[in-house]
Design a binder for this molecule. Structure first.
Ligand code: NAP
Length: 485
């Protein structure tokens, strides 16, 4: 499919129910990472257009919040149904602009849609409270109300789901949204807006603005009308936005970088551990915030695990994600590829052994070989920095205490994983890992029903689950007095 032929293709921003160009008429070029060809352009908006999007959202707010929970739920449900009906087309758009294998794109559309479905249901369950007052003539009532205009800034690695995971709960509780997608994957976001328009969201309720990140981001973070900023991306940009949001004391959610430990104890089922490591490490060509970054394997099973892991990696097929046979796509760009090369070269210079891969793929362009490194040293950059690529560093450890200390020795605290069949150990290690998410005997933990999020420098707040709604709500307390008169 040519992306421009899709009925979901738009090369304009969606503000106040209209498809608009940038005031300057300037555009940003978007390329297919599998062949570097330009697939289209999007408007290069800046501050003025962002202000208009925020004002449109603010104007839409009274009508949207005044709708009944059921009415909002029905519109979200329609949006969900449209996503499912258009799954294949959305997946094709995603693979063309992002590069991930088409089956993974289909999986992401299902995953992204599941947040819309989940929060269409949660929309009806925003319960308040009544609390006994110490005095008999009074009552304490707790109301939950929408926070107001929500800004959402999202990354390129999950071009669909990172948007729905923020916007569905915001819209469900009655907040309008302004979405700024990543410049490398704007077409998935604009396709979502096409479907939102069809689903019947009133104009101004959902806006998508593309363009210059710093200008748009500054306005979203500093404009007092925006009451909540929800960001997914790098810890570096997250910290900048946190500082900028301080100026207007906005609510913030931050889904930032990670450095996940993946531990294989000697009582684990090794075949399951290999399957989990493959899923956790190599999904999306290693470009996820929850990818295994350090694979710790206990001495006794180290050799067996490495042998089976190398065997599994040797079966991976690298290439254009549109080809159904390929299980690994390109890296998003040259810059990301260089970081992977740098991490591998540095680890090898410090003593690591290349068990498989270890260099660019013969396909050239942005392709890198799925790689396993063993005997990686603590000093290697890969041990502490997020690689964001298809490289699995494997470390050997002796006992539980040692590996927990190693695993927790990171400023990040997003996802962690371990494999064990010992129930005592499973409890001990689950409680000891300083991470927002722990996968026990699994390499995949993300789902709409579960609270996704990190601690330490991996972020603030939770997305998905019943907790995902809290970040878009203000609690108002009403003290009703004089009830005895
Ligand atoms: P990024 O560079 O931080 O970009 C994320 C978003 O922020 C993009 O929309 C980007 O726009 C925008 N941005 C860049 N500079 C900005 C600025 N000065 N002000 C406001 N916005 C700005 O991250 P990325 O490289 O796209 O994504 C990879 C990172 O995201 C990794 O660290 C990964 O771990 C993290 N991530 C975390 C989660 C999670 O849930 N915790 C999920 C996925 C990814 P442009 O594209 O226009 O530059």
């Amino acid at each position: 499919m040519k992306i421009t032929e899709s009925k979901l293709y738009r090369d304009k921003c969606y503000i106040n129910g209209e498809w608009i160009e940038a005031d300057s008429r300037e555009t940003i070029s978007v390329n297919n990472p599998a062949n570097l060809e330009e697939i289209g352009t999007v408007p290069k908006c800046e501050t003025a257009e962002t202000k208009r999007a925020i004002e449109a959202a603010n104007e839409a707010w009274p009508e949207w919040r005044a709708k009944s929970a059921r009415q909002r739920s029905d519109i979200l449900r329609k949006w969900f149904n449209l996503m499912i009906d258009n799954k294949e087309e959305l997946a094709q758009i995603m693979t063309i602009e992002q590069g991930k294998p088409i089956n993974e794109s289909r999986g992401e559309i299902g995953y992204g849609a599941s947040f819309v479905e989940w929060f269409s249901e949660e929309a009806k369950r925003i319960y308040g409270d009544t609390i006994p007052d110490p005095l008999t003539d009074r009552r304490i009532i707790v109301l939950k109300q929408p926070v107001g205009v929500v800004a959402s800034i999202t990354p390129w690695n999950f071009p669909n789901a990172m948007i729905t995971r923020k916007c569905a709960p915001a819209l469900a509780v009655g907040c309008p949204v302004v979405i700024k997608p990543a410049s490398q994957t704007p077409f998935s976001a604009l396709a979502l807006a096409v479907l939102a328009e069809k689903a019947g969201f009133p104009k101004g309720t959902l806006n998508v603005i593309t363009g210059k990140a710093s200008a748009i981001g500054d306005e979203l973070a500093s404009n007092p009308i925006v009451r909540k900023l929800s960001f997914t991306g790098s810890t570096e940009i997250g910290k900048i936005l946190l500082q900028k949001c301080a100026g207007t004391v906005k609510k913030v959610s931050m889904e930032l970088g990670g450095h996940a430990p993946f531990i294989v104890f000697d009582d684990a089922n090794i075949d399951d551990a290999v399957t989990g490591a493959m899923q956790s490490k190599f999904r999306n060509t290693g470009q996820t915030c929850v990818c295994a970054n350090r694979i710790y394997v206990q001495e006794k099973v180290h050799e067996e695990f490495c042998k089976k892991f190398v065997d599994a990696v040797s079966k991976m097929k690298v290439g254009d994600g549109l080809n159904e046979e390929n299980s690994s796509g390109p890296m998003i760009d040259e810059h990301s590829l260089s970081k992977v090369e740098e991490h591998v070269e540095d680890a090898v210079a410090l003593g690591a052994k290349v068990a498989i891969g270890g260099s660019k793929h013969s396909l050239g362009l942005n392709f890198y070989q799925p790689t396993i490194l063993t005997e990686v040293t603590p000093q290697a950059k890969i041990t502490t920095e997020e690689t964001f690529g298809p490289v699995a560093p494997v470390y050997k450890f002796k006992d539980e205490k040692e590996v927990i200390d190693l695993a927790n020795n990171s400023p990040y605290g997003l996802a962690s994983y371990f494999y064990s069949r010992d129930i005592g150990r499973i409890w001990r290690v689950s409680e000891a890992l300083e991470y927002g998410m722990v996968g026990v005997n699994t390499g995949l933990t993300s789902k709409a029903e579960a609270p996704f999020g990190g601690i330490k420098e991996s972020g603030l707040g939770r997305e998905g689950s019943k907790y995902g709604i809290d970040d878009f709500i203000e609690i108002k307390y009403v003290n009703m007095c004089g009830l005895d008169k």
